[in-house]
Design a protein around this ligand. Sequence first.
Ligand SMILES: [Zn+2]
Length: 259
Amino acid sequence: MANSIKFIGTAGARFVVAKQLRSSGSLWLSFQGVNLYMDPGPGALVRCLASKPKLDPTKLDGILLSHKHLDHSGDTNAMIEAMTEGGYRRRGILFAPEDAMEEDPVVFRYVRSYLERVEVLQENENYSIENLKFSTAKRHVHSVETYGFNFHLPGLTISYITDTKFFPGLPSQYPGELLILNVVLLTEPQHPIDHLSLEDVKEILKECRAKTVVLTHFGMRILQAKPWEVAERLSQETGLKVIAARDGMTLEVDGLVRK
Ligand SMILES: [Zn+2]
């Protein structure tokens, strides 16, 4: 079974999302025969159905929320309804932090009954959905409860660092040979917003074990700096393969990096 990541959208932060300078759909993961939608931001459902070939939400096995901010969760209810055929076919697992479910919830209570089950995410915990195993890392420094992930495929770990402010020990939490990073800011290392800047990313790449790195979830200033040029410069500086994600890009992960 081919393993792939489809970048439905690569927008990060409020302005890029509000103006849809990039799509805010986040990721469709196909690992080990399991289809998992990660962080369905605004437009996720429409972008799936408009994709060529079309991505069918009824083929999803689950939905994974790293945190409840709008750009990560806006289409969660729409995707649950689509995955469950309007609630007529009870199926699928939702993985989400507790505060996405309880305090100012982003998942409507009535759609929760459409799901096979809900699993509440906690830090440093292991999860599985059919054949696919993944784990959360330490809780991120972000204004709401937020977790990044390590997906454990045979012979390959894929790490995903979602929104966070840089903190000591962050790089060692994500040992994947393939590393995906949300990089919202350009050069503001001590920026008051709880996001990674390009300077933070350079620090992470010094310590990480990744051979291939994908940048996504771009804020306005990164977009203005042309992410593909930013990625090219990072490749030259670090010797790693660094890719800037594009809306609609499919990354075939098999053979990309192997232990
Ligand atoms: Zn956020």
